[in-house]
Structure formats: C-alpha cells, structure tokens
Design a protein around this ligand. Structure first.
Ligand code: ZN
Length: 276
C-alpha cells in the first residue's frame, strides 16, 4: 500500500512538472518542495488557464461560470454583458459621435478555438470612438445573437474586439438577419474550421466592408461575454443588421452550436444611442 502511494505521488509529481513547465519558473527555483507537498498542492484557483467552461447548460455552463475559478468572479458582477437593449429607454447623448474608422486590410487568419470562430487581425486597424483611439485585435461570431433588441434575438452576431489598454476595451457588434448572401461567408464559410482548428490564406480582407453602411449605435458599459467576464468593455451595438442567406446562417449556426451567453440584468446602467 505504502509502495503504491509512493508511485502515485511520483506520477503526480511527474505530471505536475510537465504540465507546469514553462510558467512556474519562480516557484521551482527554491527546489525545496517535496513530492508529498506537491501532491497536497491544489492548483491556484485564480489560475484559470485550464478551467473548462461551456456555453451549454450544466456544471460548466453560464450559470456557474462565476464559481468555476476565482478569476471568473466577474461573471457574477453587476455590469455584465450581453443585455437586452430596450430601444425606448436608450438616451440620446451629446458626447456620442460617429466612429471614425482607420481600418485597412487584414490577412485571412481564421481559428476555431472551441468557443467561437475568430478572425485574427494583422496590420493597422484603428477606430476613434468618441475621442479615444482603439486598436482592432480580432473579430468573432456568436449564434444566436448575444444582445437582444427589444427582446428580439437574431440568428448571428459578430463582435469586433478593440483595445485601448488592459482595462479599456471597445467591442463593436452587429446583428445578422436572413436575406442576401454575405460576401465574406460566400468566400470563406466552407473553410471555417468546424471544430478546433485553423485556416489561413494570403487573401486580404477589407475590414470596413464587412460593416453595415449605417453606423448608428447603442452604447453602454459592460463586460466580456465569456469568462473571465471582465467588466472592461465599452459596448457599441450597431442598430443596422447585415444579411446572410438562409443556407449560410444554417451552416454557420451548426458550427457555432449556440455559443451565446443569455442576457444579463442591466442593474440601472444607462444605454446611450447615437443616430446618423
Ligand atoms: Zn463575442
């Protein structure tokens, strides 16, 4: 029995060493931890890198994100996204103005990370949002939509994620409705990885051409809609949807597999509106 236990401890120590290799430099420098100390050591709960979460109901589902790991505590916060946008309550605000885009072209670099299909952005793509210059990092899709408008959800929603600093992000989102085929989907939907994987090509996308012509938007302060749900996002949800064909929506929805977070309470936050 004793021998068996030692074998378990050794196996654990071995696995712990290799799974932690590369990011635990400081910890291993003292070199004094015995195997039994390591066996007792529970992974730090705020190290959420390995924490599994899901969009689907269950232990790892949205209801439980806040409890999966201490670094996900914001998921239980009071300024969470998405929300239902009640258009009649949105306030016209003098400090909101038209987004000034300095988008260029970006190489096609698509990944399915198991939670969404994402286009990573290369090159200089910036937008001036009410006097602050944000840099575009990536855009990705949800199906069904995460935000709802007057209680209505849409088949797809895209999020263009921009960064100003580690505590200041802006996400521009817009909805898809059924209609004319979408050009980007016509070109690349057949190449979207259906499970974890990547696709890239030397093609260049004109990023701004993906947006609806009318840039009127709803604006509010919220969060990332996936763990760690950090409350660092200035949201710009465009009023005008773009279209995709029925076949495109059906095909893409199958890949996305209901990767939307249900709407969260507004908790007294103001929603502003800018109209072109
Ligand atoms: Zn998103």
């Amino acid at each position: 029995m004793r021998h068996k236990l030692n074998v378990y401890i050794l196996v654990f120590a071995f696995l712990a060493f290799f799974s932690c290799k590369g990011n635990k430099q400081a910890e291993s420098q003292d070199g004094s931890k015995s195997a039994s100390e390591q066996a007792d050591h529970k992974p730090a709960t705020d190290d959420c890198g390995e924490a599994h979460w899901s969009h689907h109901q269950g232990e790892e589902g949205p209801e439980n994100w806040k409890d999966l790991c201490s670094g996900f505590a914001d998921c239980g916060g009071s300024a969470q996204s998405p929300i239902d946008i009640v258009t009649g309550d949105a306030q016209k605000a003098d400090n909101l103005s038209a987004p000034k885009f300095s988008y260029g072209k970006s190489k096609v670099d698509i990944i399915n990370n198991g939670h969404t299909v994402q286009f990573n952005i290369s090159g200089e793509n910036k937008v001036d949002l009410n006097g602050k210059m944000y840099e575009l990092l990536q855009f990705h899709y949800h199906g069904l939509s995460e935000h709802t408008i007057d209680g209505k959800s849409f088949p797809l929603e895209v999020h263009f994620v921009h960064k100003f600093s580690d505590s200041d992000f802006a996400v521009l989102g817009f909805m898809f409705e059924e209609g004319k085929a979408n050009d980007l989907f016509s070109k690349y939907l057949d190449s979207f990885p259906a499970s974890k994987g990547a696709y890239s090509s030397d093609d260049m996308i004109d990023v701004l051409s993906l947006f609806p012509e009318n840039k009127s938007y709803y604006n509010y302060n919220g969060s990332l809609t996936t763990p760690p749900c950090s409350e660092v996002v200035n949201w710009y949800v465009l009023k005008t949807p773009v279209t995709a064909s029925k076949e495109q929506i059906e095909k893409f929805s199958k890949i996305l597999d209901n990767n939307f977070r249900p709407v969260m309470p507004l908790n007294g936050r103001a929603v502003g509106v800018y109209s072109e």
